[in-house]
Design a protein around this ligand. Structure first.
Ligand SMILES: [Zn+2]
Length: 499
């Protein structure tokens, strides 16, 4: 990954982005702390589950008109996004993430009104205005180290960038309590800006979320330590990119930090830091500087883009005009859409996991919890699940063992305190019964050619007396395979205990 060998500070580094080929750059946005003009507002929505999403955000987006451009169900949430067209011809954005219990996380972006709306399944509602941030002030750092660029694995798009987002516990609270919903909203803010900027060969996908106890400062040091801070999910999910979200700290030196180019970034929980910092990872500077290339954001006097001003849901491109008819980029000086297209292959190639890997989060609060993975296999298969490390569980298949295998997972908190937990692993094929997970006994009594292969992980209170308080995370790596070895599916689990 990144070696930190002597970091020197330097201003205006965006003018020399050609050196990026040899040296990884580090970019950040200057911090302009401003007093919060309006505090959060709270209210209660009756019968929240019976309300449409539009009814829930209607009052908050006035007088903007929502132009929805995407609606998808992701991880059980309905994720929607689009632009907000304002009477003064400015363009804002709205991203909504609706959970199965009727709760809503919505990020509103419009001039003079940017904020986070969170409504939980009981109807408790909170609107938190975002503090003002100036994303265009240069404040960048050069890192004297080579960036490891992954080998290209695909030659044609569309490319999917797998994103892992880590949070501090206090950042999750600031985000309204549902880290997964907030993470989906962050990722969608990038996908919306890509669509708006006509970048069609790449999109971003959330592959996991991890929460840690400590709220780290927004500094280059935290940036360099990010893979270590979120090591459990880095091991379990092996993403292309990692982003850390924190809730504010006295030592914060910027609203966000990012390698330019790179795969690691972090930012403040409130605001639109995510799309801006990720834009640095892609290879972008801030506003164009004399002598620079096309990897900059744009300010046309009426509208700004993510890298330069960050007041509207766009990456710079001359192919798109704003509501005033002015272009949002310049082919020679501000074409972040091109930088995205050119870096899509790199950004989607950092992961080493096969595409059929199952990434699972097993979230534990101390009470009995079960999670099942269902796969489809040929009925002739004799298949089971083994762990990759002998200290976690069985690494070889056996014919048939009744009951379960005991799995051992070492968890760790932010302070490096370790705690071992025990899980039970079982598997079943077709309509045949459950056996210990590493049993390969087949199940031929089916008329279907494809049958279900089920793998079950169980956390029992009785197996785990004396659980510590706090947040502990660990990785459990396994693979489902058949006896002949012709079929293999990695199953990677982030085990997270929050008590
Ligand atoms: Zn920046």
């Amino acid at each position: 990954m990144f070696k930190t060998a002597g970091v020197r500070f330097m201003r205006g580094v965006c003018t020399s982005l050609s050196v990026v080929l040899l040296a990884g750059l580090l970019g950040a946005c200057a911090h302009s702390p401003a007093p919060d003009p309006a505090g959060p507002k709270s209210w209660v929505v009756e019968n929240v589950a019976s309300k449409t999403t539009a009814e829930l955000y209607a009052d908050v987006i006035k007088p903007g008109v929502f132009e929805r451009s995407s609606s998808k169900v992701i991880d059980g949430y309905t994720v929607e996004s689009g632009n907000l067209l304002m009477p003064d011809k400015s363009v804002g954005s709205l991203v909504t993430v609706r959970s199965g219990d009727g709760g809503l996380t919505a990020v509103i972006e419009q001039p003079g009104n940017k904020g986070l709306l969170v409504i939980n399944g009981k109807g408790d509602s909170r609107y938190t205005p975002f503090p003002k941030r100036d994303y265009s002030l240069p404040d960048t750092v050069v890192e004297d180290a080579k960036t490891v660029v992954p080998e290209s694995r695909t030659s044609e798009g569309p490319y999917v960038i797998e994103m892992l987002i880590g949070y501090s516990r206090s950042a999750v609270e600031a985000a309204g309590g549902d880290a997964h919903a907030n993470a989906l909203a962050q990722v969608e803010s990038v996908n919306l800006a890509l669509r708006n900027s006509q970048v069609t060969n790449v999109s971003m996908k959330l592959v996991g979320v991890q929460v840690v106890e400590t709220n780290y400062p927004l500094t280059p040091d935290t940036l360099s330590r990010l893979p270590e801070i979120f090591s459990a999910s880095m091991q379990a999910f092996d993403p292309d990119m990692l982003y850390g979200i924190f809730s504010g700290h006295p030592d914060d030196s910027a609203v966000g930090w990012a390698y330019v180019p790179g795969r690691l970034a972090l930012g403040y929980v409130y605001g639109e830091a995510f799309r801006h910092e990720v834009g640095h990872n892609v290879g972008g500077g801030h506003c164009h500087e004399p002598g620079g290339g096309y990897n900059f954001g744009f300010n046309n006097g009426k509208s700004t883009t993510a890298q330069c001003g960050n007041e509207a849901p766009y990456y710079s491109t001359s192919a798109v005009r704003d509501q005033h008819g002015l272009p949002l980029g310049n082919t020679a000086t501000a074409n972040m859409a091109r930088v995205w297209r050119e870096n899509a292959d790199r950004l989607s190639s950092y992961t080493n996991l096969p595409s059929n890997t199952h990434r699972i989060a097993l979230n534990l609060n101390g009470s009995t919890t079960t999670q099942t993975v269902n796969l489809s296999v040929l009925r002739s298969y004799q298949a089971g699940v083994v762990t990759l490390a002998p200290d976690q569980g069985p690494t070889t298949l056996v014919y048939a063992i009744a009951g379960y295998n005991r799995l051992t997972v070492e968890l760790e908190n932010s302070s490096g305190v370790k705690h071992t937990i025990y899980l039970r692993g079982e598997r079943a094929l077709g309509r045949c019964g459950w056996y210990a997970m590493n049993s390969y006994i087949g199940c031929q009594n089916s008329e279907q050619n494809q049958i279900d292969f089920s793998f079950k992980l169980t956390f029992l209170e009785a197996d785990n007396p004396g659980l510590p308080s706090g947040i502990f995370n660990g990785a459990l790596k396994m693979k489902a395979r058949n006896l002949s070895g012709s079929w293999e599916v990695p199953i990677n689990v982030l085990v997270s205990l929050q008590k």
